[in-house]
Design a protein around this ligand. Structure first.
Ligand code: SAM
Length: 231
């Protein structure tokens, strides 16, 4: 599942430039029986299969031994929710092991070898691979040099706790709908003020929960109150 995503676009370029290195390890290589079995039926009964302790712990230990100090993350719907703030934090680690679950998950004893559990949302995927690929994409964006223009990352939605202001490109008019005139004015201060107000207005309308944690000036709080009064 991994190569097509990892080779494409920004991630592909980041690896070619040596900014990010991604190594894939197959848990079956750590199985000890001739069928290379990595799963088994759950004790106590229940649906599905469970990833066995030995191959998973052996894989974690081997990679850690080969790579040195490394943070081990397991992907599970029961983990800490992946957010932009946490992604920035994870990007500061030199090395991470990202362990994908499958079937019904892993034997609980594997957790003794895990530093952190991460979820990408309150829903169930069939396996951890997609979660890990999302994680790699999101976290890599915070690694220096991966996104060509660092401002792209800094100005992104969530970066200041708000949603990003609407954006426009050519043509200036499409089916009689024009671009807001302030964006054509060339007046940087006015543009900045308009974008900030649009961010506040959008966040209030689409994600009011974010406003509780956003760092706002007194004037911005008053602006939001005036918007609420007019709603
Ligand atoms: N039985 C598990 C439970 O109820 O918590 C769910 C198992 S799920 C079908 C199989 C694997 O997909 C999990 O072990 C995990 O690695 C991955 N997975 C599923 N949903 C996920 C999510 N929201 N975030 C991260 N990983 C997820």
């Amino acid at each position: 599942m991994f190569p097509s995503i990892l080779k494409a676009s920004l991630l592909g370029k980041a690896q070619k430039k040596g900014l990010v290195e991604i190594c894939l390890h197959d848990l079956r290589d750590y199985a000890t029986d001739k069928h290379r079995q990595v799963d088994d039926v759950p004790y106590g009964g229940g649906a599905g299969m469970v990833l066995k302790t030995e191959p998973v712990v052996k894989a974690l230990e081997d990679v850690a031994q080969e790579r040195g100090k490394i943070r081990r993350i397991f992907f599970t719907p029961q983990g800490r929710l992946l957010t932009a703030t946490l992604a920035r934090e994870w990007a500061s680690y030199d090395q991470l092991i990202l362990l994908c679950g499958r079937y019904e998950g892993v034997d609980e004893r594997v957790m003794d070898s895990i530093d952190e559990e991460v979820s990408i949302g309150d829903y169930i995927l069939s396996g951890g691979e997609l979660a890990v690929m999302i994680f790699i994409d999101v976290v890599s964006r915070f690694c220096p040099g991966v996104v060509g223009d660092a401002r792209s990352v800094e100005e992104e939605t969530f970066e200041n706790g708000l949603l990003k202001a609407p954006q426009y490109t050519r043509p200036e008019s499409f089916r009689d709908v024009g671009v807001p005139s302030v964006l054509l004015s060339g007046h940087h201060e006015h543009i900045k003020k308009w974008q900030r107000q649009q961010s506040l207005e959008r966040t209030l309308r689409k994600r009011p929960d974010l406003l509780e944690k956003a760092e706002l000036t007194d004037e911005e709080r008053r602006y939001i109150r005036s918007l609420q009064l007019n709603q």
